[in-house]
Design a protein around this ligand. Structure first.
Ligand code: DAH
Length: 341
């Protein structure tokens, strides 16, 4: 009997070693420990064993069964691992290959500067108001104290659709539309596209402006100076200084043009500032009382300040760009030079 057990054990081990596919493993295993397997039938023959040997016989068969199961389970594990390994090696990726780089877009320099300007002013409590690009003669001129045939219209050679409708030549109509719709205190910024029949290295028929307007009790030229000083320090270097020069705009009285110390030479004089140390950046002033009144604001109670700046101009000064047209050519090499954040 002992020999028979040993022979089955050996054969099971041998056959388990030879199985090389998971599909056939169970079949072969069943030959030994399946329902009609050799070891199972040994158990069945228990009834023919004399009573006093039953216990030791049962133990031997059970040990054999356990061992045979172990052989096949170990083989199953081994085959499963082998299968996984071959699957992994087929799916392997060559991690030494260089990856495919995704090119990330960047903001256009004009948007970078526009966002910076908006951040600077919203930080001082300004709200954004955007007006229409196609507007009427009234909003673009008359309500800003520029009557028909006024010589100040020559400053802006404009695209008209007809006598009354035009592409706005500046963002100043935003002042009027705000004052008509909002009671003081008013503190708004109006950014957007504007259009003029102009085209050379420093002028483009379409460009961008930002208008600023503050209306409240007791607003003065001093407030304008304070606001603009803060603004230029945020946009240019923190040591940048401003200077007001007297000027003329029909919608402000008094009117000023605002210069900043040249960001290239810091006031010493260079080619960018044409040797003067100063660069003009915007027009501004105290809102003309006539303009307040025309928009329904009592000029005896309220006063205002306004300013208008060109985003292209500020961008060109900030980055030392000499030709405005490069901003609109969409040349990737040019655009890639600017901050990606
Ligand atoms: N609208 C003027 C222009 O386009 C700029 C300007 C000057 C706006 C003075 C203002 C201002 O609000 O007060 O040239």
């Amino acid at each position: 009997m002992q020999e028979k057990f040993e022979e089955i054990r050996k054969r099971a081990l041998e056959e388990a070693k030879q199985v090389d596919s998971l599909n056939t493993l169970n079949e072969i295993k069943a030959k030994f420990v399946g329902k009609n397997g050799e070891v199972t039938s040994l158990l069945r023959s228990m009834k023919d064993i004399p009573n006093e040997e039953k216990a030791s016989f049962g133990k031997l068969v059970n040990d054999l069964k356990e061992e045979v199961n172990k052989f096949f389970n170990e083989r199953e594990e081994y085959l499963k691992n082998k299968e996984l390994e071959s699957k992994y090696s087929k799916e392997a990726v060559d991690i030494t290959l260089p990856g495919k780089k995704k090119s990330v877009g960047s903001l256009h320099p004009l948007n970078i500067v526009r966002n910076k300007i908006i951040d600077a002013f919203t930080g001082m409590g300004f709200e954004i108001f955007e007006g229409p690009e196609i507007d009427t003669d009234y909003y673009c001129f008359q309500a800003l104290n520029i009557p028909k045939d006024h010589p100040a219209r020559d400053m802006q050679d404009t695209f008209y659709f007809n006598d009354n409708i035009l592409l706005r030549p500046h963002t100043s109509p935003g002042q009027v539309r705000t004052m008509e719709n909002k009671k003081p205190p008013i503190k708004i910024l109006s950014p957007g596209r504007v259009y003029r029949a102009d085209d050379d290295a420093s002028h483009s028929p379409m460009f961008h402006q930002i208008e600023g307007l503050v209306v409240d009790k007791g607003v003065s030229l001093c407030d304008l100076k304070g606001l603009l000083d803060e603004f230029v320090r945020k946009i240019f270097d923190s040591d940048t200084k401003t200077r007001f020069r007297p000027s003329y705009f029909p919608f402000t009285e008094p009117s000023v043009e605002v210069d900043v110390t040249c960001c290239k030479c810091h006031g010493k004089g260079c080619s960018l500032c044409k040797g003067t140390g100063w660069i003009e950046i915007l027009g501004a002033g105290v809102v003309n009382k006539k303009v307040l009144e025309m928009s329904g604001i009592d000029s005896n109670v309220y006063s205002g300040l306004a300013f208008g700046l060109g985003i292209e101009r500020i961008t060109m000064i900030k980055y030392g760009i000499s030709d405005i047209r490069t901003l609109f050519e969409n040349n990737i090499k040019f655009l890639n030079q600017f901050d990606r954040r």
